[in-house]
Design a protein around this ligand. Structure first.
Ligand SMILES: C[S@@+](CC[C@H](N)C(=O)[O-])C[C@H]1O[C@@H](n2cnc3c(N)ncnc32)[C@H](O)[C@@H]1O
Length: 302
């Protein structure tokens, strides 16, 4: 079980000034484009539903239903307030809202053509991963929760159905990266993240006033979060401090999805705006030739 206090505090923080930034921001646009590209030309099984897990809003599920030709949309979230608000604002008769945890999808009688996990799995990873209430997320526990949700989703799918995932991604490289901050204000932001971020130890080792070493796998975590405090976006930072966004590398998605008898197609990339900002703020001195990819999108068919 997830310790109750942690997700409830997260749900509370999310309601303030969070959604428009999340859904309408750079990442929202980027993941929408990625998924449209990956789904192009695919038809979902006839008369099937799209189940959007961790839906937040029904926008992305409607997009998948349009592209794939689904007849129903089931939006699922474990936050009952989101489900209540979504259901009362919904005018599309194809859409139904249900309150459920991502790991409790098995056993539904609906014919399901797609199960989507748009940027939810990192939350599952983070909150089940620290079920005892610790500050840091336990990787084994979090990873097991992600696998449980994906297995439940795969069991729901009709033959020919697809599982869709978007999220941030771990790099394959285990190397240490040497990085220079290009300006003193960037040093200050990195120092702030180091002080305030407790969800994973970033293992930063400062070599001088501006240069630090960091494992590639936590460098991506730093890159993911630093621009919120940098931009003074305290609402997003308050939410993201509680989360680890990177829990699997591409090779791990591929191996796991094949183990549950799905055939994955996986794309990685970084929104151009994010990459430009990283290049403006940091210089890679050693360990990596280029900045790690930020985003993954997966379409896995049954
Ligand atoms: C980052 S938001 C993403 C919302 C939307 N899918 C999108 O991409 O814009 C994550 C959503 O997942 C929901 N969520 C987190 N953990 C969940 C769980 N264990 N079961 C179901 N929903 C969950 C949250 O309440 C939230 O609405």
């Amino acid at each position: 079980m997830i310790a109750k206090a942690e997700p409830q505090e997260h749900m509370r923080r999310k309601r303030d000034a969070y959604w428009s930034d999340l859904v309408g921001g750079v990442t929202g646009r980027y993941k929408t484009e990625q998924v449209i590209r990956q789904l192009a030309g695919r038809r979902l099984p006839a008369d099937s539903a799209v189940v959007d897990v961790g839906a937040g809003t029904s926008d992305l599920a409607k997009m998948v239903a349009e592209i794939g030709g689904a007849s129903r949309i089931i939006c699922v979230d474990y936050d009952e307030t989101i489900v209540r608000n979504g259901a009362s604002a919904e005018s599309d008769p194809r859409v139904e809202w249900r309150a459920a945890d991502a790991r409790e999808l098995g056993g539904w009688s609906d014919r399901v053509g797609a199960v989507t996990f748009f940027d939810i799995l990192h939350e599952l990873y983070s909150f089940v991963g620290r079920a005892g209430g610790e500050a840091a997320v336990d990787h084994q526990l979090g990873r097991a929760a992600v696998e449980e949700a994906l297995s439940a989703a795969a069991s729901l799918l009709a033959p020919g159905g697809v599982l869709i995932i978007t999220d941030d991604v771990l790099p394959e490289e285990e190397t240490a990266v040497r990085v220079a901050c290009r300006r003193p204000d960037i040093v200050a932001v990195v120092r702030r993240i180091e002080r305030e971020y407790r969800s994973r130890t970033l293992e930063i080792r400062w070599l001088d006033e501006q240069v630090f070493e960091i494992p590639a796998r936590t460098f991506i975590t730093l890159l993911t979060h630093y621009n919120k405090p940098k931009a003074g976006n305290e609402a997003r930072w308050a939410v993201e401090q509680m989360e680890v966004h990177e829990y699997m590398a591409v090779s791990e998605y591929d191996a796991f999805l094949r183990r549950i008898n799905l055939t994955p197609s996986i794309a990685v990339g970084t929104p151009a705006e994010a990459l430009a900002e990283w290049q403006e703020d940091f210089q890679l001195l050693a360990g990596l030739e280029a900045f790690p990819f930020k985003r993954v999108s997966v379409v896995a068919s049954k």
